[in-house]
Design a protein around this ligand. Structure first.
Ligand code: PGA
Length: 249
C-alpha cells in the first residue's frame, strides 16, 4: 500500500501529457493495489482535460504549485479554489526547485498550506537539505528549521497532509540516501511534527520520499518503515518505468 506521486515538472509538453493519460490510465489503474493511490502532477494547463479523463478513475490529480493568495490582482497565479474546481485532490508545495529558482520562502509555503486546507486539497509539502548541508552533517538542523517554520500552519490541522523528504542532492542526480539513514530521518520528522502539534490535535500525516526514484530502487524504498509513498520526477514520465513502480504497490 503506497502513494505514488508522478511529478512531471515542466518536462511533458501538453499533447504528450494528455496522450499519456488517455493511453495508459486503464493499465495503470489495473496495476495499482486496491489500497494504493497513483497521483499525477502535470502542468496547470493539463489539469482540466485530465480531470475529464480521470474523474471516474482511481488516479488522482495534483497541482505542482498554488497561489498563496485567495483571489485578486495577482497576475500569473492560480488559486486553490480553481484547482479544486478542476479536480485536484493534491498539490505539491515548497519543492526545492521552487524554493531555489522562484524564491519561495517558508512564509509563502505556510500561506499556500492554508489556501489548500481551505479548499480541501491535500498539501504535499517538500523539505530537504542541500548537498552542502548534507556534507556539513547538518541535515537535521535544516529540516528542523524548515518544519518549525511550517508548524503554525500544520500543527492545528485535522486534515491529512503529506511531508515529502527530498534531499536536494538526490533530485535528478541518480544518488539516493542509504535506506537506514532514510528510516531515521522519517522517524525523526514524524516525532518532530507530533511533538509540535497543538495540544488537542493529533495531526494525520503521510511521509513520502523523493529524489532519483526509479524502477531499480523503488522496491527498496518501499521496505523502509514509516514510508507512505514516493514522489517521482524524471522516471515517472516513462510509461514502462511508471508501470513497474505502480505494480510494486
Ligand atoms: P527526480 O525528482 O525523481 O527526477 O529526482 C524528484 C522530485 O524533484 O520531485
Amino acid at each position: 500500500m503506497a502513494t505514488i506521486v508522478a511529478n512531471w515538472k515542466m518536462y511533458q509538453p501538453y499533447d504528450k501529457a494528455i496522450a499519456f493519460v488517455r493511453d495508459h490510465k486503464q493499465e495503470l489503474e489495473q496495476l495499482l493495489h486496491p489500497y494504493s493511490t497513483l497521483v499525477i502532477a502535470p502542468s496547470f494547463v493539463c489539469l482540466d482535460p485530465m480531470w475529464q479523463m480521470l474523474r471516474d478513475s482511481r488516479i488522482q490529480l495534483c497541482a505542482q504549485d498554488v497561489s498563496a493568495y485567495t483571489s485578486g490582482a495577482y497576475t500569473g497565479e492560480v488559486s486553490a479554489a480553481s484547482l479544486a474546481d478542476v479536480g485536484c485532490y493534491y498539490a505539491i508545495i515548497g519543492h526545492s526547485e521552487r524554493r531555489r529558482y522562484f524564491g519561495e520562502t517558508n512564509e509563502m509555503i505556510s500561506q499556500k498550506i492554508q489556501r489548500l486546507f481551505e479548499n480541501y486539497i491535500t498539501p504535499i509539502i517538500c523539505i530537504g537539505e542541500s548537498k552542502e548541508d548534507y556534507k556539513k552533517g547538518i541535515t537535521r538542523q535544516v529540516l528542523e528549521a524548515q518544519l518549525a517554520a511550517l508548524m503554525p500552519a500544520l500543527g492545528n490541522q485535522e486534515e491529512f497532509f503529506c511531508i515529502a523528504y527530498e534531499p536536494e542532492w538526490a533530485i535528478g542526480t541518480g544518488v539516493t540516501p542509504d535506506l537506514e539513514e532514510l528510516e531515521k530521518i522519517l522517524s525523526w520528522i514524524s516525532e518532530f511534527v507530533h511533538e509540535n502539534e497543538h495540544d488537542d490535535i493529533h495531526v494525520s500525516m503521510g511521509l513520502l520520499y523523493g529524489g532519483s526514484v526509479d524502477e531499480t530502487n523503488a522496491a527498496g524504498f518501499m521496505t523502509v518503515p514509516g514510508l507512505g509513498g514516493l514522489l517521482i520526477g524524471g522516471a515517472s514520465r516513462d510509461f514502462q518505468t511508471l508501470k513497474k513502480i505502480v505494480s510494486l504497490t
